[in-house]
Design a protein around this ligand. Sequence first.
Ligand SMILES: Nc1ncnc2c1ncn2[C@@H]1O[C@H](COP(=O)(O)OP(=O)(O)OP(=O)(O)O)[C@@H](O)[C@H]1O
Length: 704
Amino acid sequence: MNAHAGEFDHQDTRRFKHTRIGIWDLYEERQSRIRISPISKIYAPIIYNVPLLVRMFKDVLSIRRCSILLPAYLVVEVLASLIPAVSLWYSGQLLRLVESVMEARTVDTTVLVHFAAAHTICAVAVRFLRYSRDCMIPRLSLYIKQSYNERMLLSASRLDLPAFETLYDSYTVQELSCGLAHWYTSSIWDTIEMLTDIAMILIRLLSHLLVLSTVMWEQQDGLLLVVLSFLQYLLSWDSTGKTMVGSLVWAATTTNENLICMQGLKGLITGPSHRREFVAGNFSEHISARFREASQRIGHDAVEFPELKRFRSFKDCLSITFIIRETMHVLPQIVFSLRVVINPMTTPVSLASLIWIKQVFDPSYFSISSMFSTLATNLTRIRDVYEIENTRNQVVDGTEPFPENQQSLANGISVEFKNVSFRYPGRDRCALRNVSFKIEAGQLCVVVGVNGSGKSTILNLISRVYDPTEGTILIDDRDIKTLKLADLRAAMSILFQDYSQFPLSMHENIGLGNPALAHEDDKVREAARLGGAEDFIDELPDGFDTYLNRVVDNYHGDLPEGTTTLFGHPADSSSRNVIGGVHVTGAPGIQISRGQAQRLAISRTFMRSLVSETESSAGMMLFDEPSASLDPTAEHDLFERLRKLRGNKTMIFSTHRFGNLTQYADLILYIDETVQEKGTHDELMKKEGEYARIWNIQAKSFTQ
Ligand SMILES: Nc1ncnc2c1ncn2[C@@H]1O[C@H](COP(=O)(O)OP(=O)(O)OP(=O)(O)O)[C@@H](O)[C@H]1O
C-alpha cells in the first residue's frame, strides 16, 4: 500500500533499512556513509523563511530601546570579528620577520616593538568589545522577550472560539496555556544571536583566509599547507548534521505490548488527574503487581529508545567517514615531514607556518552546518509566533450598532432561527438541522431535550460563538451577522454549562461579568449575594481577594535548616522543583465544591444584570443548565431570584430538569437535532408527545 502524502513510509525498503534493536524497530534512510548533505536540505528552510526573518528584524527594531541597542550590538559583533584578522596579519608579519632574521641574522627592533604594540591593542580591543557585547545581550534578550510575550498574549486574546480551536490543534496555544510562551519568545532572540554568529563566523573566516593567502603567497609550500588544513575541517562540515544513529532520516517504533502497558501504568501512578480515583479505587496493590509482571516479562529490553543511542554511537566510530576524517588531521604534518626530508634548511619557517595556520582554523567555523539545523527549528517556532497574529477570526464582526436605543433593552430582545443548520468544525454530523423558531422579546423560553440533542449549541449560536452552517438568525428582526459583536455580547449575559473559574481573585471572577462595574465593590458583592456565593466567599482566607490557585511561584535558594514556611506558604526544598539551581515553590490551591463553583459562575452572570449610571443592563439572559450542581434549596432560591429580577427581559434556559422552569415558560422547545415539539407546558402535555413522556417520568419519581 502506498503511503499518503506527508507520511513517513517505513515500508519503503528501497529507501529505508530496518534494524531490530531490542524491542525497537529502527528505520534508517539507506545512504553511503560518505555523503555531503544536499545544500538545499540544510539551507532551504532559511532561504524559504527570509521574508519571515526580515519581518522579525523589522519588528525587533521597532521595539523601544532595541532600535538603538540592536544596531549597536551588530556593530560590536562586526568589529569583534574583524580584530582576529588584524591580529593574524601582524602574526603573519612576525613570521616574515623570522624568515628575514634567518637570512640576515639581524633583528629590526622598531618593527618588533610596533608588532608587540599592535598585538596588545588588539587584545585590549577584543576584551572591551566582548565586555560591551556581554552587557548588551541580557538587555536585548529581555526587551525582546517582554515585547513578544505581550504581543503573543494580545494576539491570542483577540481570537474567536473556532480560530482558537484551530490553533489549539497545532499545539501553539496549548503550549502557551501551559506557560511555555518563553519557548517561543526565546527563539526570537536565539535566532538573532545565531544569525549574527553565523554572519560573524563567515566574516572571520573570509578575513582570515584573505590574510592567510596574502601572507603565505610567497612562502614555499605555504598555500599547500593552507589548503590541506582547510580541507580537514571542510570534511567535518557535513558530519555535524548527523544524528545519534548515524543517519539524518530515521524513525523508531515499538509494538511491544509489555512496554506499552508499563508506560500506561506509569502514567496512571504518576498522573495527578488520576490520583483521586487511584486512591479511592484502591488500585495501588493491583497496579504495582501488574507493573512488576510486565517488567519481568520484558526483562532488560524495557528501555526507551533514546537510551540506545549510547550503544549506537560506538558503531559510528568505525565508519569510513570517521576514519578518513581522522587521517585528514595528520595530512599537513605528513607534508611538513616530507619538506624536512627534501629541504632541511627551511624547517623552522615551515614549522612556524604550520603551527600558525593550524591556530587560525578555529573549529567553530565548521559548526555552521549544525547551527543551520538548530536555526531551522527556531524558525518553525518564530513562524508559530506570527501564526497567532496572522490567524483570522472565523466569526466576522458586523458593522451596525446594537441596539439602536439602549433603553429598549429593558423590554427584552427577540430571537428568531430561520432554517438554521450547524455542524461543529471537523464534525460530519449536524448538531442542529433545519431549526426554526421565534422567541419574542421578553419571553421566558426553555429548551429541553436529551443529552447531545443540541440545546447548548442553540445558545452558542445566539451568542455568535459560532456562526450557523446554513440559515439565518435574527436578533430584534436584524440579521445577527450585521451587528457589531461587542454590542451584541454586551446586550446579553450567558452562563455556559462548562463555566470555568478564572485564575483571578474571587472579586475579579465575578466582576468580569460586567467590566464597567468591576471596580465597584458593592456591586460585586450584590452579584455574589444574588448568585448565592457571598457566604462561602466571605469564609475564604482573603475573602473576595482570594485566589483559588496562586498563579505566581516563589523562588528560593538554600533555606536555613528547618524552614517549613516561606512567604506564608509551605516551603518545598526538595530537589524535584529545582530549575537552573533555583527552587520553585507554588502555593497549594484552595478547593471549592462544584456547587460553589457554579454559584461563583452564576454570580458573574448576575453581574451583567446590574445597572450602572452609564450602561443599561443586558436585555437577554441565557443559562445552560444553571442549577446542575446546586442543591434543591439553592436551585429553588435561584429561580425565585431570577424570576424577580427578570422584569421584561428575554430569558432562555437549556435544561434537563423540567419542573422548576417549564411551568412558567412562555415557550418550550423540545429539540433533538431539530425542533420536535414547541408550545407552552399545557400545550405540550396535551399533545402527549416526547415532552409529556419525559415530564411524566420525572413527576413519577417524586410521587411514587
Ligand atoms: N465543541 C464541539 N465540537 C464538536 N462537537 C460538539 C461540540 N460541542 C458539542 N458537540 C456535539 O454536538 C452535538 C450537540 O451538542 P450539545 O452540547 O449542543 O448538546 P446538549 O443537548 O447541550 O447536550 P447535554 O444535554 O449533554 O448538555 C453533540 O453530538 C455533541 O457531541
